[in-house]
Design a protein around this ligand. Sequence first.
Ligand code: ADP
Length: 414
Amino acid sequence: MNVLVLNCGSSSVKFQIVDTDLERIEADSDSCLASGIVERIGGQALTTFQATGHPRDRHAEPLRDQRAAIDVILRWVISHASRIDHISSLADIHAVGHRVVHGGEEFQKSVLIDDEVLHGIADCIDLAPLHNPANIKGIKATTELLGSGIPQVAVFDTSFHSTMPESSYLYGIPYQLYRRHKIRRYGFHGTSHRYLSYRYRQITDQPLDDINIITLHLGNGCSACAIVNGKSYTTSMGFTPLQGLVMGTRSGDIDPSLIEFLMIKEGLSISEVDTMLNKQSGLLGISGLTGDMRELLEEEAENGDRRARLAIDIFSRRVKQYIGAYLAEMENGTESIVFSGGIGVNSPAIRSRICGSLTSCGIKLDEAKNQVVDEVMKISTDDSRIAVYVIPTNEELLIARDTYRVVANVPRRW
Ligand code: ADP
């Protein structure tokens, strides 16, 4: 089955076409036929598309919205069909899988999209006002462009975390607020954490129910997840993706009293404070330079920039704090820590900074193995009580597989 995977954001649309079916899933031989991204939607958009095994096509043109972006993607697929294996026309796209950010408490697994599901996703707009509207636009545009006959599946960022116990997901605020407004920790990056637990199970050849690990998705957005008996037990992002680790431009955990204080002292509106915490904080805010970790590491190494170093130190320290908290919370301990996301898989320096002072917790890195970049690898020493792994994530693959399973009605085993 050729699945078009769409990840529609407010200003970008990413896609992959993945060839998958039960046999391919069992053999782990699903293949990505084409991929790409449309960025800066709403202005002069940039498109970068690639048929697997062929050079990238880059192009700029004004695009108004997600519908226009998906239209450009589909036109490119048609005009490049001769280069894309198994695709000769749009009829060769058999199903579409959408990344949907917020599924609230209602959606605990991936579902076939119909009117009722679309309403359910719209009901979660309050919880994800930036993300769910873009996801809905993507779904509606797909129906318009590919016809209502094409099966579309929603795969939620939140659903992997639906197994968290109440004691993990409730905040220390009046309980009736949970009842009234569903205020609770939801957690995000669920598809990534689920993929990492699946890949880890495969690498270590264990039944999923036996797995107790801490997964770290460190990209532009960052989150940690304690996985107990193969299920999400707790995670660092909360009611929104703002909570938890220090991120590229997001603050992560702060004292909530800061919000009122900032409004008074800086004369800001509530939405300006929200923008500051989401877009001007984190690595960018601390360093005053950039929210891009690679650039900060270069700045620190080449110019010894003090605030670049400070940003990296605060980032690494927060990750350590979460690892420490999860080690204390996981009753049967953790067997491994898994690094993923752009920073987690590409930066030996950050992994070293995070794990360096965790030797007292039984974590010892093998610095030679830690030099690995973007590949699956165990990077701890043989006598490390807790193992450390690098595993590149692949959310698109999981979305494609879920889409196949939902459409073909094949039960999911992980
Ligand atoms: P997203 O969360 O948007 O998918 P990624 O997972 O690609 O983003 O992660 C982006 C982050 O990874 C950026 O901070 C980038 O600087 C960082 N990164 C990429 N390569 C390296 C590298 N070699 N060293 C350090 N950081 C890196």
